[in-house]
Write a protein that binds this ligand. Structure first.
Ligand code: ACM
Ligand code: ZN
Length: 558
């Protein structure tokens, strides 16, 4: 009798504890993690986040990550879980635990009915565990409106995860159209949930210079602005006329850059700055024509001109001093190990005519202007290396011989990357197909005007950054890949989002998830659920893929 009575008390106490706790058992189909995790075991029942939930951390870095997570609830739930640094264990807790055995970006996430444990060896791992946890919560957690009807449940589940590639990138061209700091910050938020860890900013081109350089104020005062021809097609825009005011553009102050870098760092995203040279520099030459072969004058181009023959003079030592000054300020602003120096598409007709460039070819014992480009990039590499950074450039930097320590970004297909990897250089893969997100993603007639090409969701998903031509040793040099959004045809941030989402989700999975867990049909199911999160986050994503059942083939050319 006594025993039964005790049992009844335990049962009643249990009911008291649990009856007020909503719970639910999730089915596998309700779970839509992107990128797919390496290992996952789904159990019965759930953990309930409530006002009484505490996040228990061990140090300030973890506290930063926990704070971002707690902030998610502020608007949508109307309360925030408490954060305790170094508190003792109890119930309804999310506990951060360091585990030195896990690899750099890896983590485990163990959700039970009364507590959640996340383990990682480094802060980035904790951040990714939190992104996974965030994706297990109802999509409404992303809302900026209070959600009174939502129960904040996550399934009982055990996950262990780590990325396949360490470079999971996205490039935004802020020259062809300028996207202010606030847009970049929002993009960082949108990328972070996908576990993208690299944001490459294409900071200058013929159509605009976008970063304040204190020693050369005209770079932004003049180079940051062009005449407004936005009403005309990109490739039919007349150049600036004498007396015409340049009103279209903008730039980041150094304070803006510091803010963007710090914001990205808190989300474990490295911002890689790209300072183009020796070509794609009309905006710079409009400000400082003395660094060209002819001396100018030049105006910032309001649209597309091809080819642009005015590039930096490689025979003039003052060009290199100018570039070193610019790079010094850039290096002071960006902690990135990699400094991108462009290097692509240099038309060398001016070098062929310029006495200074020709003299340089002679004195350096070079064969031609092709080797002069290699001389140019190698000289810049020495400077970048002297600052303990690594030079990164488009695959043209292979021509005439790679600088000894350079990393290559392969964009003209994969051949440049294959050659560089075979020579023992690190490589980031970004072949036009399927990595150029300025290309169409659906039937042309139904899409906004784009530059051309065709990179639908399924092609992005199928992308394997490691070319078949590489053996295991050379394949180790493939750091990963990235999606590139060039913005000639992308005038607004809403449009930039349209070109980026949901394709970046496919790219994220191609880079994070191993081949063993990748599965197109399953991804196509998950991405449709995931877009509910996009809706709550206010992301303007393309629905093109969903009109064709995800798969789309390029229409036959007539
Ligand atoms: C490039 O698309 N010119 C790198
Ligand atoms: Zn010259």
């Amino acid at each position: 009798m006594k025993q039964r009575f005790t049992g009844l008390i335990i049962l009643l106490a249990g009911c008291f504890l649990w009856s007020c706790q909503p719970q639910e058992t999730f089915s596998a189909k309700e779970i839509a993690l992107i990128p797919q995790v390496q290992k996952m075991t789904l159990g019965a029942s759930s953990f309930h986040f409530s006002e009484g939930t505490t996040l228990v951390v061990q140090n300030t870095e973890q506290e930063g990550i926990a704070t971002l997570f707690a902030n998610l609830f502020e608007k949508s739930a109307g309360w925030k879980p408490k954060i305790v640094n170094g508190g003792s264990e109890g119930s309804s807790q999310l506990i951060f635990k360091t585990d030195g055995n896990l690899n750099e970006e890896g983590y485990t996430l163990d959700i039970k009915t009364d507590k959640i444990e996340i383990k990682a060896s480094k802060p980035a791992g904790f951040f990714y565990a939190i992104q996974t946890l965030r994706q297990l919560l109802p999509a409404e957690v992303e809302s900026s409106q209070k959600q009174d009807k939502t129960e904040w449940l996550v399934p009982v589940i055990s996950i262990s995860d780590s990325p396949a590639f360490k470079w999971r990138g996205y490039m935004l061209d802020v020259s062809r159209h300028f996207f202010p700091k606030e847009d970049v910050i929002q993009m960082i938020d949108f990328l972070a949930i996908h576990k993208i860890n690299t944001l490459h900013l294409h900071l200058l081109d013929d159509q605009g210079w976008r970063i304040e350089i204190k020693k050369y104020p005209k770079l932004t005062a003049i180079g940051g602005w062009r005449v407004d021809r936005e009403d005309k097609p990109w490739n039919s825009r007349p150049k600036q006329e004498a007396g015409e005011k340049a009103t279209n553009g903008g730039f980041y102050t150094q304070e803006d850059v510091k803010e963007m870098v710090a914001y990205a760092q808190k989300r474990y995203i490295n911002i890689v700055p790209e300072i183009e040279m020796p070509a794609h520099v009309t905006a710079a030459l409009a400000a400082y024509p003395q660094y060209s072969c002819t001396g100018g004058p030049f105006t910032v181009l309001p649209g597309g001109v091809w080819p642009v023959t005015d590039i930096y003079c490689a025979g003039n030592d003052s060009t290199f001093l100018f570039l070193q000054d610019v790079l010094s300020e850039v290096i002071d602003l960006f902690p990135s190990k990699y400094i991108h120096i462009g290097g692509d598409e240099a038309t060398k007709t001016e070098w062929d005519k310029c006495p200074k460039c020709q003299k340089r070819i002679k004195t350096e014992g070079l064969k031609n202007s092709g080797e002069l480009q290699s001389y140019f990039i190698k000289r810049i590499e020495k400077f970048i290396n002297s600052k303990d950074r690594v030079l990164l450039g488009w695959d043209e930097i292979l021509e005439g011989g790679l600088p000894p320590k350079a990393t290559v970004m392969s964009w003209r297909g994969t051949q440049g990357g294959i050659d560089a990897a075979k020579q023992g250089h690190d490589v980031v893969m970004t072949p036009g197909q399927p990595c150029y997100f300025d290309h169409y993603q659906g039937a042309k007639e139904e899409e906004p005007l784009a530059i051309g090409g065709f990179n639908p969701l399924n092609k992005v998903y199928e992308f394997d950054p490691i070319p078949k031509e590489l053996d295991a040793e050379a394949a180790k040099h493939i750091l990963g890949a990235q999606a590139n959004l060039w913005t000639e045809y992308v005038p607004t941030f809403k449009h930039a989002q349209y070109m980026t989402f949901p394709r970046i989700a496919a790219m994220a999975e191609a880079l994070w998830s191993s081949k063993e867990v990748k599965n197109w049909d399953d991804f196509y199911r998950r991405i449709q659920t995931f877009t509910k999160r996009y809706d709550q986050m206010g992301i303007n994503y393309a629905k093109s893929a969903f009109k064709t059942g995800g798969k789309a083939e390029e229409p036959a050319k007539k």
